[in-house]
Each structure stands twice: as structure tokens, then as C-alpha cells.
Design a protein around this ligand. Structure first.
Ligand code: PLP
Length: 497
């Protein structure tokens, strides 16, 4: 027995190792280094790895079958590198502009290895991961100007953050008993948001039993913001009908066009009317870190009662990672706290470390999401992340100018943030043919591995949409993308029967 084993108490028992741990740690170290090299090769050559569809053989290579016997970690490394790694979403590529997909950071590789090694459960207790999350939540709180008394947690994304925020709003509106009694017996709750609000709002209302029919979508004013006069009319009409406003949802960065509500005006209105103000800032909240004029778009965000936002979109952090902030910690806790005997508060030891994150959200068992955010902030700092966000806005504006310069392309709306929507279809074509051409262009460019655009509908027509949350994109990518759209368009028109 070595002195080391003696020191760890192994002299006092026959401690066996598990077959689920490597029998030969040095061999595992070599295998792991091999995989890390493959991952760094892949990421450092992101430009060579666009999205590629899986063929039959690729899908077959992923089959688990009965999986009653394993292949070992050495063979696993080969399979991961050969059969899994090449088939990513492609959002690490500099010309990925589809939906709102962040790119992931090199720091994320380091934090994910560390988090996997620690395998922390961040639902609660007294350990380092919880203190890291507290630092991240507190950084967010300061970044968005929330008071020291605010609370928050990291979640899967803005969709989950919205559920948590609405549950807190519901608790304030109906009292804590509504957790037990439900919403029956209360006046019907209603929610207000701008037309074009993300469907995460409807989903959250559905999940909380309030129902998406309780969502009043308010038309926009001439600047694309929620029309405040229409909002006031809707609230007054609902109150007169005996309904109870649950909350107003302000949008900070609409998914289709990157538009912002006037958050100051919404905060004034909600204060006057004593209505909860929730802000969906999934990606747009991060304009807070950009330079002017974009930073001005989020003015008033600090007055929200709750804020939902993501790190996996515009902070470039690996999936999945979003966050919720709630101004009133007491209401937040009241909406979620529940600790059966086996989780009871302890004065010391690992069971200490109050407050526990499980008392602020849906999940009892929670992973160490905070480490990827903490690592990004430690490695690069918020100034560099803010500069990348500013650059994305500049590149979207450039794309807008290139579209306007191109006689074949038509800009759908002025570019306000990082989103640019346009049509490549001749205006004289009938609507369905225009839709089909814009869709075809996005498909062909995706399949060719050249550019990933997605589509959306503006004024009822399918248009090509670019949302730039990509720190690898540069000016030349914009030139390339516009030329590629024009090329596919010209071929499609030339071969049109
Ligand atoms: C404005 C807005 N809100 C909410 C969401 C949903 O966020 P998540 O996908 O992180 O759940 C999105 C997603 O794109 C969004 O753009």
C-alpha cells in the first residue's frame, strides 16, 4: 500500500473501481487528447465546415440498436470524430445567418470540459458552481441595471425564462395560493404584446394554464413599436369587462426584424396601471453592450419587472444558455420555493449554501450552464463581446446597403439592428412564385454549403432573412452572400418554364 493510498484511507478497505471508469487512465488521456485535437481542428477551420445534410449511411452510423454492449471509449472517440462532429448545425460557420443562432466560443470548449468533469448539480447546496452562477447572475443584474435585490437564474433559453417570469407575475397577480388552487375562481388573466411578439410568449401562457387566447397582440406605430394608445385602449376595455391584466410584454429585438418597443413608455404605462412589465430580450437585450445608436434601443430595460434573454444567441456562448432576471426576489421565491424534507435547509455542510436555485425556477437538478458564461466573460471581457455585437449590427447594415444597391433585390424593411430581410424575386411575379423563388434560394445555398439564410413572412410574402449573431462574419462574407443570392436567382429565372 502506497503512502498516498494510505492517506486516502484506501488501506482500510478493498476499494474496487467501476467498469464505467477507464481501466487505464493514461489510455483514456491519450484518447481524450485525440478528440480535443479533432475538435480544435474543426473549430479553427470553421470556414470549411458548413452545415451538411446527413445521408442514409450517415444516419445509419448513428444507430444505437439495443446498445446492450459498449464499444469502449477509444472506439467512441473515433465515432465522435467521424460520425458526429461533421454533422453540426453549421452555425459555427461565418456565413450562417439563419434564424437566430449563436456561434459558440473557443472558451466554451474549456468550460464544457471543466463542467463535465465536475458534473455539478446547481439546483442548490454549497459548492463552487453555485458561486459561479451567482457571479454571472449578479453581472447580468448590473449589466441590465436591475436593483441589488433582484434575483435570477440561468435556464435553457428565453422560452423557459418566459415561463418563469410569467409564473412570478401570476403569483403577484393572484397571490401565492394560486400555486395550490390554480387560476380558477379568479378573473381571467390577460397579457399584451406587440404584433410579431415571439411565440415563446404564447407557449408560456399555454403551459401556465392561462391560455394563449389571453394574449392581446397590439398593432405597431409608424416606428414598428407597440402603439401605446392602442395598448391603453385594450387594457381599459379588458378591465371594463372584468378581466385582469397579468403583464405587458415588451419586445427588445423582434425575431423577424429586430424591432424594439419603447421600453421607457411601457415602463411608465405599467407603473401607472400597476401591471407587471416583462421584457423579451432574447437577443436584442444585448444591444446594451453595443455602441450607439444600438445601445439606445434598450433604454428603459432596467425598469422591467422581469427580463428574459439568451447567452446562446448574441453572446456567442454555447447552447443551451439563457437567463431570467426578476426585480422582486420575494415574489420570485414565492412562485417557486418548495423544499421537501430531504432537501431541507442545513446550517452547515454541503446542504447549506442558501439560497438554492431550485427555489427560483422549474428545475431541481440543474447543470453548470453558468460556467460557459463566466468563462466567456473572464476570457474575453464584456467590452470585446460588445464590440462583436456592434460589428454584427454594422454588417447587417452593410448587407442592407448591398441589397439596396442590387437592382434585383428588394429590402423588406430598413435594417434596425442585426436582422436584414429582403426579396430576390421579381416584384411583377405573382405572390406564390415570389415565395417559391425566395425559398428555393435559401434551400440551394444551404445545400451547397455556401450561406445559411432562413425565411420569414413580411406583409404576407416569404422573404429571405439574415440574423447576424456571428462573431466570425466579415465584410467579404456579405459580398459573397449577396453575389450567391443573385447567382441562384439568375439561374432560376433563366431556367423558369
Ligand atoms: C425574440 C425572441 N424571443 C424568444 C425566443 C425563444 O428563445 P429560445 O430559443 O432561447 O427559447 C427567440 C428565439 O429566437 C426570440 O428571437
Amino acid at each position: 500500500m502506497s503512502a498516498e493510498k494510505e492517506a486516502h484511507g484506501e488501506a482500510h478497505g478493498d476499494f474496487t473501481s467501476s467498469p464505467l471508469d477507464p481501466a487505464d487512465w493514461q489510455a483514456f488521456r491519450d484518447e481524450a487528447h485525440r478528440l480535443l485535437d479533432a475538435c480544435i481542428d474543426h473549430l479553427s477551420a470553421a470556414r470549411e465546415h458548413p452545415w451538411r445534410p446527413l445521408g442514409d449511411a450517415d444516419r445509419a452510423a448513428l444507430a444505437l440498436g439495443k446498445a446492450s454492449e459498449g464499444i469502449g471509449t477509444g472506439a467512441l472517440v473515433d465515432e465522435l470524430a467521424r460520425n458526429v462532429l461533421p454533422f453540426a448545425t453549421g452555425n459555427t460557420h461565418p456565413r450562417f445567418f439563419g434564424w437566430v443562432h449563436g456561434t459558440g466560443l473557443a472558451s466554451g470548449l474549456l468550460s464544457e470540459i471543466t463542467a463535465a468533469t465536475m458534473n455539478s448539480n446547481c439546483g442548490g447546496r454549497d459548492h463552487g458552481a453555485v458561486y459561479v452562477e451567482r457571479e454571472v447572475v449578479d453581472w447580468c443584474r448590473r449589466c441590465f441595471g436591475f436593483p441589488e435585490s433582484a434575483s435570477g437564474q440561468l435556464v435553457a433559453g428565453t422560452s423557459q425564462a418566459t415561463v418563469i417570469a410569467f409564473a412570478a407575475a401570476r403569483t403577484r397577480a393572484l397571490g401565492k395560493d394560486s400555486r395550490y388552487d390554480g387560476i380558477q375562481g379568479h378573473p381571467k388573466l390577460v397579457t399584451y404584446a406587440v404584433k410579431g411578439v415571439h411565440n415563446a410568449t404564447s407557449k408560456a401562457l399555454e403551459l401556465l394554464g392561462i391560455g394563449s387566447s389571453a394574449l392581446r397582440t397590439i398593432d405597431t406605430d409608424a416606428d414598428g413599436r407597440m402603439d401605446m394608445a392602442l395598448l391603453a385602449q385594450a387594457v381599459a376595455a379588458d378591465r371594463a369587462a372584468g378581466l385582469r391584466p397579468l403583464c405587458v410584454v415588451g419586445t427588445a429585438g423582434s425575431v423577424d426584424l429586430g424591432l424594439y418597443d419603447d421600453l421607457e413608455a411601457l415602463a411608465d404605462f405599467c407603473t401607472k396601471e400597476a401591471i407587471w412589465l416583462h421584457v423579451d430580450g432574447a437577443f436584442g437585450a444585448w444591444a446594451r453592450l453595443a455602441s450607439a445608436p444600438w445601445s439606445g434601443l434598450v433604454r428603459g430595460i432596467e425598469r422591467a419587472d422581469s427580463l428574459a434573454f439568451d447567452f446562446h444567441k448574441w453572446m456567442y456562448v454555447q447552447y443551451d444558455c439563457g437567463a431570467v432576471l426578476i426585480r422582486d426576489e420575494a415574489i420570485h421565491r414565492e412562485a417557486f420555493a418548495a423544499r421537501p424534507a430531504y432537501l431541507a435547509k442545513q446550517d452547515q455542510g454541503l446542504g447549506g449554501g442558501e439560497p438554492w436555485y431550485c427555489d427560483y425556477g422549474v428545475d431541481l437538478s440543474r447543470g453548470f450552464r453558468a460556467l460557459k458564461v463566466w468563462s466567456a466573460l473572464r476570457a474575453y471581457g464584456s467590452d470585446a463581446l460588445g464590440k462583436a455585437i456592434t460589428r454584427n449590427c454594422e454588417l447587417a447594415a452593410l448587407l442592407g446597403r448591398l441589397v439596396e444597391k442590387s437592382p434585383e433585390l428588394r429590402l423588406s424593411r430598413p435594417v434596425r439592428l442585426n436582422v436584414c430581410c429582403f426579396s430576390a424575386a421579381p416584384a411583377e411575379w405573382d405572390g406564390a412564385a415570389q415565395d417559391a423563388l425566395n425559398t428555393r434560394i435559401t434551400h440551394e445555398l444551404q445545400l451547397a454549403g455556401e450561406v445559411v439564410f432562413s425565411t420569414t413572412k413580411i406583409d404576407g410574402r416569404t422573404v429571405i432573412r439574415a440574423a447576424i449573431t456571428n462573431h466570425r462574419t466579415c465584410e467579404a462574407d456579405m459580398d459573397y452572400a449577396v453575389a450567391a443570392v443573385a447567382r441562384i436567382r439568375d439561374t432560376a429565372i433563366a431556367t423558369r418554364s
